[in-house]
Design a protein around this ligand. Structure first.
Ligand code: HEC
Length: 87
């Protein structure tokens, strides 16, 4: 496990770092999440937990002056996370 991708955002912690990502992770997901920490595995949350987590990440993006997700991005990201979610 490498922490070299954890840059910029202190406190992002271990967001599923080292977990296997499902093979079809869309670029938009990888690029959006990578701005602050390694993209988490969809398995770290259930399909019910993901939407509020994504809302919180959007808030972090705005607060930290990162590129926020467009409505389309957010939909693709949620589609991916929910269809591979844990539990
Ligand atoms: C602007 C920076 C930023 C971006 C971009 C970002 N995150 Fe985060 N993320 C954080 C911070 C800060 C924390 C720790 C505080 C928290 O949990 O809100 C975190 C924590 C997490 C956690 C662990 C906490 C939990 O609730 O499980 C997950 C999972 C997560 N992020 C998912 C994502 C996903 C998925 C994306 C891409 C869509 C993303 N993040 C993009 C800043 C960011």
């Amino acid at each position: 496990m490498s922490s070299s991708l954890l840059s910029g955002c202190s406190g992002a912690g271990d967001a599923g770092v080292g977990q296997q990502l499902a093979g079809d992770a869309p670029d938009v997901f990888l690029q959006a999440c990578r701005q602050c920490h390694r993209p988490p595995s969809p398995k770290v949350h259930s399909r019910y937990e993901w939407p509020p987590v994504i809302e919180r990440m959007q808030m972090h993006m705005m607060q930290q002056g990162r590129r926020p997700m467009t409505a389309n991005d957010r939909q693709s990201i949620l589609d991916y996370l929910v269809s591979h979610a844990g539990r």
